[in-house]
Design a protein around this ligand. Structure first.
Ligand code: NDP
Ligand code: OXD
Length: 284
């Protein structure tokens, strides 16, 4: 198999498969004989947002590829950080203050996971395995063992009303953009927490800061941002209740991804459906 690296693709009509991550808009439209667009990540929002994306070429994403484990570790760390009041103890340490704080037990600390797909279901199960009561929310309400599941718009408010730490693992679509906004925060108990490992476009940054400043939210741990790298002047960097990480919740592992991409090319060559075929109408 010959391999060419953008922008040195040689004769454009020879390219059959494009392996992409945040491709320049319009670049895929220049490849007239493309058989598939293989995305080197689980989320496809940046690929689908290309206004010139060829309409009839299948888009294929990574499924699992070693991502759910690290995503669950990140979310569990955030839950522990907030439950065990580590932010308060770090703050106290700066002034040499020895003051034990009231802490709730894991079984009293309700976690809610938005998005129960390949990654979200693992996140929810792993946190539940540590003794936290976990609920999940998805479009279909597909069951996840050990997790109370809420479905669709009808189940959203009930899901939020019982959630103390909200972990977002949704894909970014027109329906989910801005879901981490004032209405969502107001539907949660006062003094809740938000963990965003989905996409930056899920958050309405101004609403998040307002909710933190008013005390409606007590803290946020954010891995993804509308503009990455997060610009230096952005208030998240310096907000005392925000922890920022540089989109590292789950690194894409070359070993796992390569095998999946090669297997998918073989499937496509045999005329079989690939693993991770994106439903472009749904956006994930
Ligand atoms: P999946 O497609 O497997 O799962 C998506 C889940 O979201 C499903 O449970 C789906 O519900 C639910 N969902 C989608 N739209 C809605 C909606 N409108 N309302 C309610 N639920 C909805 O995706 P993955 O689990 O593989 O990945 C999830 C996301 O994680 C990626 O899209 C990406 O943005 C993010 N990600 C972030 C990383 C990081 O490093 N921070 C790394 C990897 C991924 P249903 O099943 O009912 O359709
Ligand atoms: C992904 C990501 O979608 O790394 O895989 O964010």
């Amino acid at each position: 198999m010959a391999f060419r690296v953008w922008p040195d693709v040689g004769p454009a009509d020879e390219i059959r498969y494009a392996l992409v991550w945040r491709q320049p808009a319009g670049s895929l439209a220049q490849l007239p004989n493309l058989r598939a667009i293989l995305v080197l990540g689980a989320g496809v929002d940046s690929v689908l947002s290309d206004p010139e994306l060829p309409i009839d070429v299948p888009v294929v994403r990574l499924v699992d590829a070693g991502l759910p484990g690290p995503m669950a570790e990140y979310a569990l760390y955030a839950v522990l950080h907030f439950q065990r009041r580590m932010a308060d103890y770090l703050e106290q340490q700066r002034s040499a203050i020895w003051r034990p704080r009231d802490e709730l037990l894991a079984r009293q600390w309700l976690v809610g996971v938005m998005g129960l797909g390949v990654i979200g279901a693992t996140v929810a199960r792993r946190i539940a395995a540590q003794g936290y009561p976990v609920a999940g929310w998805s479009r279909s309400g597909k069951p996840v063992e050990g997790v109370e599941v809420f479905a669709g718009a009808a189940g959203f408010e009930k899901f939020l009303a019982r959630t103390r730490v909200l972990v977002n693992v949704l894909p970014l679509t027109p329906q989910t953009r801005g879901i981490l906004g004032a209405r969502t925060f107001d539907a949660m108990p006062r003094g809740s927490y938000v963990v965003n490992i989905g996409r930056g476009g899920h958050a309405v940054d101004a609403d998040l800061i307002a909710a933190l400043d008013s005390g409606q939210l007590k803290g946020a741990m954010l891995d993804v941002f509308e503009h990455e790298p997060l610009p230096g002047p952005h208030p998240f960097w310096r907000h005392p209740k925000v922890i920022v990480t540089p989109h590292v919740a789950a690194p894409t592992l070359a070993s796992e991804s390569e095998a999946q991409v090669v297997d998918n090319i073989r499937r496509l060559e045999r005329g079989e459906p690939p693993l991770g075929l994106v439903d472009r109408a749904k956006g994930y």
